[in-house]
Design a binder for this molecule. Sequence first.
Ligand code: BDR
Ligand code: CA
Length: 321
Amino acid sequence: MSKYLWIDCDPGVDDAATILLAHQSQKFQPIGISTVAGNATHRHTFDNARRLVHLIPADTPVYPGAEKPLIRELTTAPYVHGVDSLGGIQLPASESEKTTESKKAWDALYEALCRYGDDLEVLAIGPLTNIAIALAKYPDFAQRLKRLIIMGGAAKGGNYTPAAEFNIYVDPEAAEKVFMSGIPIFMFGLDVTLQSYLTEEDLDALENQSSPQAKFMVDCLQLSKEFAKTKNLKGVPLHDVCTLLYLEKPKLFSFKKAWVRVETGGEITRGKTVTDLYSDKQMEPKNTQVALVVRREDFAQLFLEMMNRYSKGSLCKHIYI
Ligand code: BDR
Ligand code: CA
C-alpha cells in the first residue's frame, strides 16, 4: 500500500459507488471522507457517508463540511438520486451517528495533507465548496496539494443546464477559486463520464455477485438507470467512479491539457467550465488535464472486479439484506 486517499463527496449514488470501491483498492488506503451539500442537503450526504462506511464495514472517519455553497442557495438533485439521495434506499443508521467528528472537513483535509504530503490523493466528487474553504483558510493548501482529481464540468455541454454540469453549477464561485488556485487539476467531466457507463449486462453481472454491498449497489442504481433511459443514454453513467478508477488504472483514460475557467457571472451560462480545447484562442496557464476518452469495457470490468472483492471478503449480511 503506497498511497493514501481522501474523498470529498456528496453521496449520492455514484459517490456511494466510489466510496465502496475505494475501500476495495489494493493501491490506496482511504484515510478520510468529507461531505458537502450537493445532491442532497448536508444532513443527508453526511449521514449517507457514515452509513456507507458502516456497510463496508470500515472505520474511515467522515468529516462534516459545508452546508451550502459559498454564496448561492443550495440546488439538489433528488430526480437522479432519489429521496435521501441513495436511490431511495435507506441504509440503517450506524452507531457512529451518535457522535460527530469534531473537526470540520477543511481542517481535517489540511491536517491530512500536512501529514501525508505527496502520498495523499484527493478526489473531489461533489460541489467544490469544501476545497474552496480550505484554500481560503490555509494559504499554503494549494502548494501542498500535488494535484486534485475532480468529477465536474464538461468541455462540451451540460447536464443541469445546457451549459453546466451539476457539481460546478451548484457552486460556481467555489469551482472558479479551485481552478484559479494553481493546483494541477485532473478533470473528469461529462465528456468522459457519459462514456463511463454500466450496461444492462454489467448490472446483471453485479446482481449475480453474492455480497450485500453488491446487492445494495444494484438497488441503489435502479433510479439512475431509469433516469438514464429518459435521456436515451446507453447505460447508467458512473460519473464519480471515474476519478477512483483512474487512480486504480490510469491507462483507462486519455487526456488533453487545457486552460479551464468557470463562468460565475452569466445567467444562462452559470457554472460553465470554459476551456480552450476547441478554440482557436489558446490560453495560459494550461491548469487542467481534461479526460476525454475512456476504455468503457475495461472500466466496467474493473468496476465489477473490485465490487466482487466484497464477495470474497468479510460480509455484513445483518446490515443490508
Ligand atoms: C455529478 O453530479 C452529481 O449528481 C453526481 O453525484 C456527480 O458528482 C454528475 O454531474
Ligand atoms: Ca457526486
